[in-house]
Design a protein around this ligand. Structure first.
Ligand SMILES: Cc1cc2nc3c(=O)[nH]c(=O)nc-3n(C[C@H](O)[C@H](O)[C@H](O)COP(=O)(O)O)c2cc1C
Length: 172
């Protein structure tokens, strides 16, 4: 198995954790992405927008709802230069309003993923993956999208065995 790219979006700041707003120094998805990098030796790439989302949870949910409604494609700070080097992209994101943050669509629409394997994982507060595997497949025709991994945000730091099992199932 070749080294995968682990591309992820994650937002530190206020978030809902088990029904309470808490400030996170490192976002939940980033915690899992780092774990996957340790387990696979893959390269980490953080999908970052030029616009920074509000630290305040409620404000951020409003920004995200507007972006979803408008089908926005927020501008990214950078893209990986060498996507052709990877056969497998492990794609991480938080569930935002039942789908991926619009920035993840910007990322996916920036490349041709034909013949690549996309392994989706998300962190969430109850909704799981929602329809994101299908959203990715629609956005990346020609890619093979495998069954994703959903981790409750509050459990991110304790998800190693779940992560290991999912990776092993996919040949890592
Ligand atoms: C804008 C926004 C929208 C969200 N929408 C959902 C949702 O629809 N369903 C859900 O289960 N969790 C939702 N959440 C909770 C996040 O998915 C969860 O806290 C996730 O672990 C955050 O990951 P991060 O810390 O890597 O950004 C939302 C959070 C934010 C900030």
């Amino acid at each position: 198995m070749t080294r995968p790219l682990i591309a992820y979006f994650s937002r530190a700041g206020q978030n809902y954790v088990n029904g309470q707003v808490r400030a996170l120094a490192v976002g939940n998805t980033e915690v899992v992405a780092r774990m996957i990098a340790e387990e696979t030796g893959g390269d980490l790439f953080r999908i970052e927008t030029v616009h920074e989302y509000a630290v305040d949870y409620t404000e951020c949910t409003e920004e995200a709802a507007d972006e979803k409604r408008l089908k926005a494609r927020p501008k990214l700070r950078a893209l990986p230069k060498n996507i052709d080097d990877y056969d497998t992209v492990i794609l991480g994101y938080p569930n935002w309003w039942g789908t991926m943050p619009m920035a993840v669509y910007t990322f996916l629409e920036s490349f041709d993923f034909t013949n690549k394997v996309i392994m989706p994982f998300c962190t969430h507060e109850g909704s799981g993956l929602s329809g994101t595997e299908r959203d990715i497949a629609r956005t990346c025709p020609g890619a093979e999208v495998v069954a994703g991994l959903a981790i409750h945000g509050a459990d991110a730091a304790h998800a190693r065995s779940q992560v290991q099992a999912w990776l092993a199932h996919n040949g890592f």
